[in-house]
Design a protein around this ligand. Structure first.
Ligand SMILES: Nc1ncnc2c1ncn2[C@@H]1O[C@H](COP(=O)(O)OP(=O)(O)O)[C@@H](O)[C@H]1O
Ligand SMILES: [Mg+2]
Length: 378
């Protein structure tokens, strides 16, 4: 049993070796306990900080003895993640306490979030009440705005990277944006032209094409999160190459057609967030948050007094647009979902001869794999 956020939608990197066993104590100080998540670059543990006598989360990445270029890059990216996040002080961004490296492992020590990911919450309880959606989106966009103002584009905004801390009586809990593992900074020497990183079903058109990303790329992904919170579905689904084509060219079904009782204004907000051209999207995260609040919250709250992000429990929403009642609090151990994510790290030029294939695993959840066209087409 773990008190921490269960790994809901790990981001995977094709081709990386599975991380090996990690030591019981790191840096002579952090006693590793339960594994609470695993994905792209390594494994996340709950740990006890002997010096400060508190629980923390430790994200580890194995360092190979003779690392190939991919592994070297993943460790350098990891360091970049620690640096990028530690520059950000924001109530809705995970706090990084420490970073270190020895000959076997690199690690990031961060605050331990006790709760669940937004992905797990959505799977467990479906779309939340509209006021909850407004609150979570406001907090997420506030976090993104802070990152963007520091020149950091997250690039992997998705429900499984949004941690919801328990503590509220009802609702989804306080929001912490995490996993800046593939974040792009202005001074990012690791960003190779044409390199593609991200999780396909939340990736913006320009990101999938391997073109330059900017803050509006994150706003697309935030639009995908918004869509999922409203409807319980992703706007673009399925396997490559259909997914690629849909993201580039198709207009997603307007949310009001998928869920009865949604305010009509949400369709325009979603259409703008998911505009194919960056120039047609919201200019920044604050503008998008204001539009979401105006669409979702009853007046006058939407116009005169938008709630501050992370301002605590949102008032219950009454009426037909309120959606299902707030979910009951889960126990500490939450069912671990397996919806798949994927980091792609290949040259854009190779895109034509590669494809993503969605594979249903035994548990019925979807995983996405990177493979050459025709190789694993089951
Ligand atoms: N600070 C934290 N507190 C609690 N759980 C966490 C924390 N950071 C990560 N996790 C869990 O570990 C999983 C993987 O962490 P993440 O940083 O997203 O790495 P990856 O790059 O592997 O996706 C998350 O989905 C979450 O379930
Ligand atoms: Mg992640």
């Amino acid at each position: 049993m773990t008190p921490a956020v269960p790994d809901a939608e790990a981001t995977l990197v094709a081709g990386l070796p599975a991380p090996g066993a990690v030591p019981e104590i790191i840096s002579g100080r952090y006693e590793l306990r339960d594994s609470i998540g695993r994905g792209a670059f390594g494994e996340v543990f709950e740990a006890h900080d002997r010096v400060l006598g508190r629980l923390v989360a430790v994200k580890t990445v194995p360092v190979a003895r003779n690392p190939g270029p991919e592994r070297r890059e993943s460790v350098r990216r990891f360091q970049l993640e620690a640096r990028a996040v530690s520059r950000l002080t924001h109530p809705n961004i995970i706090t990084v306490h420490d970073f270190g490296q020895d000959e076997h492992f690199a690690w990031i020590v961060m605050e331990l979030v006790i709760g669940e990911t937004l992905a797990a919450a959505l799977r467990r309880a479906g779309p939340p009440p509209l006021a909850e959606t407004a609150r979570v989106m406001s907090a997420l966009l506030s976090a993104l705005h802070a990152a963007h103002e520091r020149g950091i584009v997250h690039r992997d905004v998705k429900p499984s990277n949004v941690l919801l801390e328990m503590g509220l009586e009802e609702g989804l809990g306080e929001v912490r944006l995490s996993d800046f593992g593939i974040a792009h900074t202005e001074a990012d020497e690791l960003t190779v032209a044409g390199q593609i990183l991200g999780t396909p079903s939340v990736m913006a058109p320009e990101q999938l094409r391997g073109e330059a990303v900017d803050r509006r790329t994150d706003l697309w992904a935030a639009g995908v999160v918004f869509y999922e919170m409203l409807t319980g579905e992703r706007p673009f689904k399925g396997a490559m190459p259909g997914l690629f084509h849909g993201i580039q060219h198709a207009d997603p079904t307007p949310p009001t057609r998928l869920r009865a009782g949604l305010p009509a204004a949400v369709d325009a907000v979603v259409a703008r967030a998911l505009a194919k051209a960056q120039a047609d999207r919201f200019a920044d995260a604050e503008a998008m948050a204001a539009a979401i609040r105006a669409a979702l919250l009853p007046e006058p709250a939407g116009r005169d007094a938008p709630p501050a992000p992370a301002a605590g429990p949102a008032p219950p929403v009454a009426g037909p647009a309120a959606g299902p009642p707030p979910p009951s609090r889960p126990g500490r151990a939450l069912a671990i979902g397996l919806a798949g994510g994927l980091v792609l790290g290949f040259a854009a030029g190779q895109l034509a001869d590669r494809a993503l294939v969605a594979i249903a695993d035994a548990g019925g959840a979807a995983r996405e794999w990177l493979c050459r066209t025709g190789e694993a087409g089951r």
